[in-house]
Design a protein around this ligand. Structure first.
Ligand code: FAD
Ligand code: NAI
Length: 478
């Protein structure tokens, strides 16, 4: 097997594997090195996203939503369910199978695109921009092998952040990895951090029957979301039974025989104790450069551990690029992918552009939350004059037919030019609806553009059109 390539990609998460495929499509000789191993020690490309992130979490969200609907929503349709039970083992087997299918799919794509895959830890072992870079690949067993290339793309991703003094054991103290693999419904589940992982995985286990308590340090709920959306979300999640405490300060933690004990003070400063069978710690993730050899070759890493890059993902070393969670910006799979594609195209001499303002955000709870562009509070802080239009799903025929009328679509547009500046959705299929808004914003559309486009009836997407009509104060169905 050749050890000389045009491009070596380190990491086969969404940033790395997509970069490798795109570079190969452009005629470059590409190697991709990834260390992730499945339970049998085999290659499991796809990174955090495929193995312990986006894909398995959505599998469990779907299963648990079916269970909740069968228990609570079917009756309204005249469907009676008796003896409803959940078999967590089957649910988990389904999750594992979906992950495996995705791992195999990526290996197939590598073959199809003639990307040479190496299963092992990749380390920057020397070289320079003129002669090329060496990457040592250490497989789980056996001898290391050295690859060379003029261009290296680092896509080594991120790992969960733990709380000081409380290491993950993945039995009682769970990162996202353990939280996705719980083998039976815990009676009580604590979650530190009511961010994206806390809300998604907290929802999974609540639907299945756990009593879930979330402790969030910030005084505001979902501070990154539009405040009106966050308010509605807090109302809905609380109504569903998630106990969410904002402004919580963790003062002590201990693993006990029965589970985990968390001492904390609430927003009023009163001391509280939470005793739970299992505890998910989801307080953010940190960039991963373990074993990469960054220091040895002089690759610049900032104080927080992110590889330093410019707007085009160039590092301080010629020919070395970095993309995805290991660099600045949102830790999202699709952001990593866009950067991976753009870097592969830059290496091939093209001039692509990634617009971070149109990267959509989605939280896959029920109701789903999705947005693109700026929030009302960001626009207000920037002093930009804007108009608002919104439309509730309660007035949308399809939402009524589906039986899910929670939430609304909210559109923000420039007061003078009418350019769409942000779109915020909370409600059914928000994750899919937001795509229309992202397309519109990429084309710098006005709210009137959306308002004048024919949307099929009856669809949830009509709520988007109505929100756009609302910007001009002329909704038709409310
Ligand atoms: P990663 O996916 O972390 O991949 C990095 C890969 O590099 C890994 O396979 C790692 O083993 C490998 N690696 C690291 N160092 C080396 C080395 N030295 N040599 C060889 N290989 C190495 N994002 C979304 O957009 N949508 C979601 O729904 C979503 N859900 C999520 C749910 C959870 C529970 C979590 C934890 C994350 C979720 N994310 C989601 C975030 C998403 O998973 C990340 O943003 C994405 O995986 C980042 O991709 P990446 O390629 O940068 O890194
Ligand atoms: P997060 O940043 O979304 O949420 C972490 C939360 O923990 C924040 O609200 C923060 O204020 C809180 N926190 C921090 N320290 C705390 C402490 N000591 N005590 C109490 N609360 C504390 O991070 P999370 O949920 O860990 O997810 C990591 C990243 O993974 C996300 O930022 C996101 O980029 C990605 N992700 C994306 C998903 C999606 O796109 N649907 C799903 C899951 C994860």
């Amino acid at each position: 097997m050749s050890s000389e390539f045009d491009v070596i990609v380190i990491g086969a998460g969404p940033g790395g594997y997509i970069a490798a495929i795109r570079a190969a499509q452009l005629g470059l000789r590409v190697a991709c090195v990834d260390s992730w191993a499945n339970a049998r020690g085999g290659a499991a490309p796809g990174g955090t996203c495929t193995n312990v992130g986006c894909i398995p979490s959505k599998a469990l969200l779907q299963s648990s939503e079916h269970y909740e609907e069968a228990g609570h929503a079917f009756a309204a349709h005249g469907i009676t369910v008796s003896g409803l039970q959940v078999d967590v083992a089957t649910m988990q087997q389904r999750r594992a199978k979906i992950v495996q299918q995705n791992n195999e799919g990526i290996l197939y794509l590598f073959k199809k695109n003639k990307v040479t895959f190496f299963h092992g830890l990749g380390r920057l072992a020397g070289g320079n921009g003129d002669a090329g870079w060496q990457v040592a690949v250490q497989p789980r067993e056996g001898e290391a092998q050295t690859l060379t290339a003029r261009q290296v793309i680092v896509a080594t991703g991120s790992v969960p952040r733990s709380l000081p003094g409380l290491d993950f054991d993945e039995k009682r103290v769970l990162s996202n990895t353990g939280a996705l693999e719980i083998d039976g419904v815990p009676r009580t589940l604590g979650v530190i951090g009511a961010g994206v992982i806390g809300l998604e995985l907290g929802s999974v286990w609540r639907r299945l029957g756990a009593q879930v308590t979330l402790l969030e340090a910030m005084p505001d709920f979902l501070a990154a979301a539009d405040a009106q959306v966050a308010k509605e979300a807090l109302k809905q999640f609380t109504r569903q039974g998630l106990a969410i405490h904002l402004g919580a300060k963790i003062t002590a933690t201990a693993v006990t025989k029965k589970g985990v004990r968390v001492e904390w003070t609430d927003a009023k400063g009163a001391a509280q104790v939470l005793e739970v069978e299992r505890l998910i710690v989801s307080v953010g993730r940190k960039p991963n450069t373990d074993g990469l050899g960054a220091e040895a070759v002089g690759l610049a890493v900032d104080q927080r551990g992110f590889i330093e890059v410019d707007a085009d993902c160039r590092t301080n070393l010629p020919g070395i690029w970095a993309v995805g969670d290991v660099v600045r910006g949102p830790m999202l799979a699709h952001k990593a992918e866009e950067e991976g594609v753009a870097v592969a195209e830059r290496i091939a001499g093209q001039k692509p552009h990634v617009d971070f303002n149109t990267v959509p955000w989605v939280i896959y709870t029920a109701p789903e939350i999705a947005w693109v562009g700026q929030t009302e509070q960001q626009l207000a802080a920037s002093g930009r004059a804007f108009k608002t239009g919104s439309f509730p799903f309660a007035a949308n025929g399809r939402a009524r037919a589906i039986g899910d009328t929670t939430g609304f679509v909210k559109m923000l547009a420039d007061a003078q030019t009418d350019e769409i500046l942000g779109v915020h959705v909370i409600g059914p299929m928000a994750s899919e609806l937001v795509a229309e808004a992202a397309v519109a914003m990429e084309f710098r559309a006005s709210s009137e553009d959306i308002a004048r486009i024919c949307h099929a009836h009856p669809t949830l997407s009509e709520a988007m059109k109505e929100a756009a009509l609302g910007v001009a104060g002329r909704t038709l169905n409310i």
